[in-house]
Design a protein around this ligand. Sequence first.
Ligand code: NAP
Ligand code: GDP
Length: 334
Amino acid sequence: MTEAKRAFITGVTGQDGSYMAQQLLAKGYEVHGLVRRSSTFNRSRIDHLHHDEHIPGKNLHLHYGDVTDAARMQQLMVEIRPHEVYNLAAQSHVRVSFDEPAYTAQASGVSALNLLEAIRSTDTSIRFYQAATSEMFGASPPPQNEQTPFYPRSPYGVAKVYSYWITRNYREAYDLFAVNGQLFNHESPRRGETFVTRKITLAVAKIVKGLASELWMGNLDSVRDWGYAPEYTDGMWRMLQADEPTDFVLATGTAYTIRDFLTFAFEHAGLDWQEYVKFDPKFLRPTEVDVLIGDAGKAKSVLGWEATVLPPQLAQVMVDADIARLEGAKEGQF
Ligand code: NAP
Ligand code: GDP
């Protein structure tokens, strides 16, 4: 019998980490996830994996640690001896990165170095995925692809540019199979509640249920390219199965404003967003990324990857899930 593949996922309790763990378990992987010790429960996105009879949850192993702790990353790399590492942990919120720039540099930038060093000194055949982002393109005009110059507009974007280049440098210097996924925004019912799409769909659900009557927001003019997170984690896995290590953009190629997403979400519930949305300057950023529209042509031709869920449908899926949650649906359903 051949040995099961082992994967190590940092950020396993996050949106992408939870889908990645679910998909790898379903493929028969032994999955190891990094979790932070917290005084409150922070595993709601993965708890169902231990109980779902369709998923071999007994192959999910959790380890305490923090990606800013290089010694712990080294120790876990030796202990787990993974075949694949997915570095999905980050301080991932752009607005928060202006409040916590130094911590963001460590958690979203230098964390990649900590893992790459651990791989280099343990086993150079371990394949490494780094969660890079369209925020690195920032102010560069669309459409953005793998050739587009970086012009980050937040401490988060700047930190991710570091993680991108250190991943490329270790690939070139030490011949590691280390790749960057330059992913455009991707959302789901598991998206954090302070990101704009989820903030909107949760508000719609609360308004429908009579639990809220207004929604305070910032800049409604920016354009984003929103995809569906489980399709993007599948893209990450495909990157690590490729013949050669190289970087990829994943995106839908669609362009909608925040206003458009408000329309999709509120109209799905039979509501007019203009009756509920109010402006609060605290949600503005000191520097904004105005337009992100990705060109994922390389991923389509090399990996056979293509986004199928587009923003109008995504908004509906997320509103339905938030309403179902308020009606008592279990987390694992989403
Ligand atoms: P998320 O939901 O915010 O999850 C972030 C994860 O990182 C959580 O599991 C969090 O743990 C963990 N984490 C944060 N700081 C850590 C630290 N110092 N040590 C260990 N773990 C830490 O993010 P996501 O949406 O799944 O995104 C996954 C990755 O893709 C991130 O690197 C993000 O920057 C990047 N990305 C996301 C998008 C997107 O649209 N979603 C687009 C491009 C790139 P806790 O649960 O304990 O907080
Ligand atoms: P980002 O693209 O990684 O910054 O993802 P977000 O979902 O946090 O923000 C997407 C866009 O929505 C940005 O241009 C924000 O300025 C804009 N936006 C407008 N109002 C809000 C809000 O209340 N919260 C958030 N998070 N973003 C908002």
